[in-house]
Design a protein around this ligand. Sequence first.
Ligand code: PMV
Length: 326
Amino acid sequence: MSDPQGATLLAQASVPAKAILFGEHAVVYGRPAIALPVPQLQVTAIVRPDEGSLKVDSRYAGANGPRMAAVDLATAGPTEPLAAAARAALRHAGRTERTPWRVSLESSIPAGRGLGSSAAVAVAVVTAVGRAAEPEEAWGPQTIAELALEAERCVHGQASGIDTAVCAHAAPIYFQQGQARPLLLGCPLTLLIADSGLRGSTAEMVAGVRARQAEHPHTYAEWFDRVGRLADDAVRALAEGSPRWLGQLMNVNHLALQAMHVSTPQLDQLVAAARHAGAWGAKLTGSGGGGAVIALVDDETLAAVSAALSAAGAVSVLPLSIPPSG
Ligand code: PMV
C-alpha cells in the first residue's frame, strides 16, 4: 500500500464520532445505555515506517482552528492518552515500544462537545496499529474498545467504556457493564445534533455526579434506575420503529439529566427550541456542562427544527440518518 506521495503505508483506519441517545452518566453506574455512530465526523489514522520508537502525531479541530499534538513513546509519560492507546495496541500485538512507525491522525471531530473525540482518536490509533502489526488477523470491536479504554481513562478518569465501544463497532449499540450488542432498528431514524459551542469537561461532569451521588445515594440510585429503564424501553421503541414513543423517552431522559445537574441554560434552551419546532423529542447528549443536544425529527420537521436550533444559539447543526437494521 502507498500514499499519493509514494511513501509506504503500513495501515489505515477511519473511525466515526458518536452520540449517546440514552443513558449518559447512569451508564457509569452499570445501567444500560444506547449510543449511535456519527459518520460525518471522523478520525483517520495512518501508520507509516519511521525510525526509533513509535510516534503519534495528531491534527484535530480545536476551538480556534486546527491544533497539533505529538508524542514519542520513548519520552511520553504513562498518562499521555495518545501514548496509552499506542502502548495498549503494541502490547496486545506482542511488540515493544521500539517499533519504528509513525501514526498520523487527522480528526474532524470537535473536542469537548460530547461527540467522542478522544474515544474516536484512541480507537483509530489502536485499530491502525493493530492492522499494521497483524495484517492477517483483524481484531474484533470488543478487543479494540477495551484497549482504547486505557487511553480514555487517562482523559476522563473513570469511564464506562460506551464511547470507545460505539466508535469501535461503528454501529448503533446497547451497552452495559463493558459489553456492547448491536441494536435492531425497525425504521430509519433522522436526528439533529446541535452544538452549543460551549466546551464541557467530561472528567469534571463525571466527578460532579460522583460527588452528588455520594451525598444523596438513594436519590441518585433512583435516577440511574429510571434512566436504565428508559434505555430498555427505547430498545423496544427502536425495534417497533415508534418515533413518538422514542421522543417521549428522550424528553424524560433530559429531565433526569437536569435533575443530576449536568444540563446548562444553553442546552435547555436548545432542547426547548427543538421541541417547540416539532421535534419528537430532544435531550442533551454526552456528559453535559456544555457540548451538544440531540433531537429526533422526521422529513417534515427537519428543516424547521434545524432553523430553530440555529436561532436558539447552536453554532452547528448536523443531520444524522440511521438506516433500519436487523
Ligand atoms: O465524553 P462524553 O461527553 O461523550 O460523555 C461520556 C458519557 C458519560 O456517561 C458521561 C461518561 C462515561 O464514561 O460513560
